[in-house]
Design a protein around this ligand. Structure first.
Ligand SMILES: O=C[C@H](O)[C@H](O)COP(=O)(O)O
Ligand SMILES: C=C(OP(=O)(O)O)C(=O)O
Ligand SMILES: [Mn+2]
Length: 400
């Protein structure tokens, strides 16, 4: 995106109507209009032909012929979008996916929470740091994590920085996919990008048209979080209007009738590979909460890819620190697998928050006590597994 193009040829935005939860408060910022215009005239970050390719691969997954590993940071950092960072992250994704492929005997589709995972829905708008009340950190697309009012201010210029950071990452993913395709043509296993399509100002201004069809130009596989998937929300209207494969997070409060309504809006033609549903119920709730949802979706004729996110329903505070117990994650992932198998569905894989380095944010494996959490606790938002903990979880899931 060159500066000149950004200013001289403002596009005509397509914007979804409807209420939008969890949005930044920045419409009166002096740089708001200019930042939106910059995005409107910027090229799409993904190729629409790739979106069809990914959808076809997801259709293979939905039919039981492959599994999916979708993982990465809870919140990506602008500071970790250089080529070396991306290569380190994709190397971890491939190493873990290769283990799953060896363990299941089936190909593994590799999807990162990467190349745009810069916006976070939060439980509370404010937080207290050292006795000072500050706006909560909402991801680098919206504000900074520093504990000052200045850093926490919502700044629309960050949308342009997010676009540029995503462009760097996605270019590297494209190169990586081409290298893999040249080495092993056939099953198109990625790595593909995905993120929570949370900030409507950003996402809607990256909607583009190709061959008369709209597509979301910010990522390959956008998902909607558990807090933003209401049937007539701007978020659902946004994803209903674009041709990308799309995903939804489903928490324990998901109502089967409401889910059917959303699935009908997102997947009216029952297109194989269009819809991925990610259960994030909590280890204690998945066995009761998931079966009615599986039945509702299937009875309505959809054939989604079913994934388990065992992270977001199992966050706890231990000695004031946000963490997750690996044992809970194993419990939820394996229970989810059993529920899906009993319902005659393919347990298609896992959606995980994983760091590319040896962090100490979740309890389990070598992180064997609360006192160890402080050693390398570097996440910008939720606690991530390190690669060893992830491998342990994957082995348990494969065995279950
Ligand atoms: O990543 C997901 C959410 O942003 C996160 O779980 C919310 O965390 P919070 O409850 O600390 O706001
Ligand atoms: C916010 C997230 O998840 P959920 O919407 O499931 O809470 C996330 O994946 O980081
Ligand atoms: Mn998270």
């Amino acid at each position: 995106m060159s500066g000149d193009t950004m200013r001289d040829t403002p596009g005509r935005p397509w914007l979804p109507g409807g209420p939008a939860a969890q949005q930044p408060d920045w419409a009166t910022h002096p740089a708001y209009a200019e930042s939106c215009a910059a995005l409107e005239s910027a090229p799409a970050l993904v190729d629409p032909a790739d979106l069809d390719r990914l959808r076809r691969t997801l259709a293979v997954v939905a039919g039981g012929g492959a599994t999916v590993l979708q993982l990465g940071d809870c919140a990506e950092s602008f500071a970790e979008t250089g080529t070396d960072h991306v290569r380190t992250k994709t190397a971890v994704l491939h190493a873990l996916a290769d283990e799953v492929a060896a363990g299941t005997g089936a190909p593994v589709l590799r999807v990162g929470r990467i190349g745009g995972q810069f916006a976070k829905p939060r439980s509370h708008p404010f937080t207290e740091v050292g006795g000072v009340r500050l706006p909560v950190f909402r991801g680098h697309l919206v504000n900074g994590e520093g504990p000052t009012h200045e850093d926490r201010a919502h700044d629309p210029r960050r949308m342009v920085r997010a676009y540029r950071a995503s462009a760097r990452v996605l270019r590297e993913l494209d190169r990586e996919r081409s290298r893999r395709a040249a080495r092993a043509p056939g099953f198109d296993d990625g790595p593909w990008s995905s993120h929570d399509a949370l900030v409507i100002d950003y996402e809607a201004r990256l909607v583009r048209t190709a061959d008369g069809r709209r597509f979301l130009g910010s990522t390959h596989l956008p998902w909607l979080g558990d807090r933003t998937r209401a049937p007539h929300s701007a978020h659902v209207r946004l994803l209903a209007a674009v041709g990308n494969p799309v995903a939804l997070k489903l928490g324990p409060g998901t109502d089967p009738a409401e889910l059917r309504e959303v699935c009908a809006l997102l997947d009216p033609e029952r297109t194989p590979g269009r819809l991925t549903l990610i259960a994030r119920m909590g280890a204690d709730r998945v066995t009761a909460a998931l079966p009615p949802l599986v039945a509702a979706v299937r009875d309505a004729g959809h054939r989604p890819v079913w994934l388990s996110d065992p992270m977001h329903g199992n966050t706890v505070r231990v000695a004031g620190v946000k963490t997750r117990h690996l044992t809970d994650l194993v419990d939820e992932a394996t229970r989810c697998k059993h529920v899906l198998e009993q319902a005659g569905e393919h347990p298609a894989g896992l959606h995980l928050e994983v760091a590319a380095s040896d962090v100490t944010e979740c309890l389990g494996g070598k992180v064997d006590g609360v006192e160890r959490l402080a050693e390398r606790y570097t996440t910008l938002c939720d606690p991530r597994l390190n690669p060893d903990q992830t491998a342990e979880l994957l082995r348990a899931w494969i065995r279950a």
